[in-house]
Design a protein around this ligand. Structure first.
Ligand code: PLZ
Length: 460
């Protein structure tokens, strides 16, 4: 057995794929045994290789395998794992002080992150932010703020939406298994509207924008009443639900409707934010300015931090002491965010995300032409997916997605699946991944599809 890798991570790690054992290897399998005896079964893994170091575009496991990372820990390490500026800032901060609780005695780093959020998020208006620990907590707080500011209770969310696993956010999340099954009762006053999902819109992709807007606004009017709606919450590109990109103009139409009726538009940019889609925020591609925006994931390169940012008059409608939490805006997490944002600016990671999309999309489109089970290729920047279907139609093919994902994993490429039907392969490389690894990852994916097509008796 190869000696476990024990060196530091970060971009200094050899940027290469190296598969020296089966995946998972013996060291990972041993750790998996310990994990099964100590960690709750409900917490699952995409790929049970135990990581000892990571950086750039690779993850190194306990068996010494170096895997290409097309997952970024679910769109988190956009600036790269153990990014130098993040490591520097965090090390400096952790040695100075680790916690005071911002609600007890404040510190500058929290304020600095809020200043950055005001600067980077869409909207020329006066803004305020509150910092929290997780995406779900940010969404919970955005709903609290919208309800408080409007004096209304109803919240409208969409089919295929994902907003978290806490009680309120489970109610907002659409998919039952595995997120909601057996965990009810769920929070009230949540209404669900159809999502503008071009591939699956009954009237076809061309009609999707106009018809979806009509259905959504009609449903709000007849079933809820505009005057009762505190907020409409939407992911500008849906993440867990399948990387669903609404047709151009849908978000803008929704924003206009919300504005006309005093409804707070919450953009959940937890997965799309911080350069992932080729701009700081995905709303910007459509010129849409939300009233509140939730962020997490990429904001702090892996340290737990999340935020609600929005119009000062909404945010400040909440009474003093109405928002907070012990750890929210922890100074070490804030230091990481400042390092991550600095990296995004210095290395133009939004530009890198656009470049990644420019490399991936043509190859995936070409692959789709030769692969009957690829029903759609979509996404923006470094948030790209292929949706797998039974050839000749749009019936979801979850089994094909699972087979391709497994083949990629075995070859040393970490890919994730998603989608309401589990049939979408999604690609979220760190924005700092090198071109050689990116191309190699795509070749592995092409080979995995090739193997799938070659399966005896296959209809794929
Ligand atoms: N909103 C848009 O993508 C988190 C979930 C992983 P937390 N997505 C990854 C899983 O299976 O738990 C997410 C998101 C959007 C909210 C969240 C929730 O963010 O930080 O996981 O709470």
């Amino acid at each position: 057995m190869n000696a476990p890798f024990s060196g530091p991570g970060g971009p200094g790690l050899p940027q290469e794929r190296r598969v020296v054992t089966e995946i998972p290897g013996p060291a990972s399998r041993e750790l998996l045994g310990r994990r099964q005896r100590s960690v709750a079964r409900g917490v699952s893994h995409v790929l049970p290789v135990f990581i000892t170091a990571a950086g750039g575009g690779v993850l190194v496991d306990a068996d010494g395998n170096s895997l290409i990372d097309f997952g970024s820990g679910i769109a988190v390490v956009s600036a790269g794992n153990a990014a130098p500026r993040v490591v520097e800032r965090v090390s400096e901060q952790v040695a100075r002080f680790t916690h005071t609780c911002f609600m007890v005695t404040p510190y500058e780093e929290y304020v600095e992150v809020c200043e950055e959020l005001a600067r980077r998020t869409p909207g020329g208006y006066e803004k305020r932010s509150a910092l929290l620990n997780s995406g779900a907590e940010a969404v919970e707080n955005a709903v609290k703020i919208a309800r408080h500011a409007t004096g209304r209770q109803a919240v409208v969310a969409f089919d295929h939406a994902y907003h978290g696993r806490t009680n309120l956010t489970m109610a907002l999340t659409a998919k039952n298994m595995p997120y909601k099954q057996g965990f009810g009762p769920f929070a009230g006053e949540i209404y669900r509207a159809p999502m503008a999902y071009p591939l699956r819109w009954p009237g076809g992709p061309e009609a999707c924008r106009a018809q979806a807007l009509e259905v959504v606004t009609g449903l709000i009017h007849t079933q809820v009443g505009e005057e009762n709606v505190a907020a409409v919450i939407i992911e500008p590109i849906q993440g867990e639900g399948g990387f669903i990109v609404p047709p151009p103009g849908f978000l803008a139409g929704l924003a206009e409707f919300c504005r006309a009726h005093g409804i707070v538009l919450i953009a959940d940019e937890i997965q799309t934010g911080f350069c992932r889609t080729g701009d700081w925020f995905a709303c910007e591609h459509e010129g849409v300015v939300p009233d509140l925006i939730t962020t997490a994931k990429g904001i702090a390169d892996g340290l737990p931090l999340a935020a609600v940012t929005g119009r000062a008059e909404l945010m400040d409608s909440v009474h003093v002491g109405g928002l907070g939490g012990t750890f929210g805006g922890n100074p070490v997490a804030c230091a990481a965010a400042l390092g991550a944002i600095e990296t995004m600016v210095a290395e133009d990671l939004a530009g890198r995300a656009r470049h990644i999309g420019d490399v991936m999309l043509p190859r995936l489109n070409k692959l789709a032409q030769a692969t009957p089970c690829i029903g759609d290729v979509r996404g923006r920047g470094a948030m790209i997916a292929v949706e797998l279907v039974k050839p000749g139609g749009i019936e979801p093919d979850q089994a094909a997605a699972a087979v391709v994902a497994r083949a990629c994993h075995e070859a040393g490429l970490v890919v994730l699946t998603c989608g309401t039907f589990g049939n979408v392969l999604r690609f979220l490389p760190p924005l700092v991944i090198g071109d050689a690894l990116l191309e190699e990852g795509l070749s592995i994916l092409e080979d995995a599809f090739g193997a799938l097509l070659g399966t005896a008796g296959s209809t794929w």
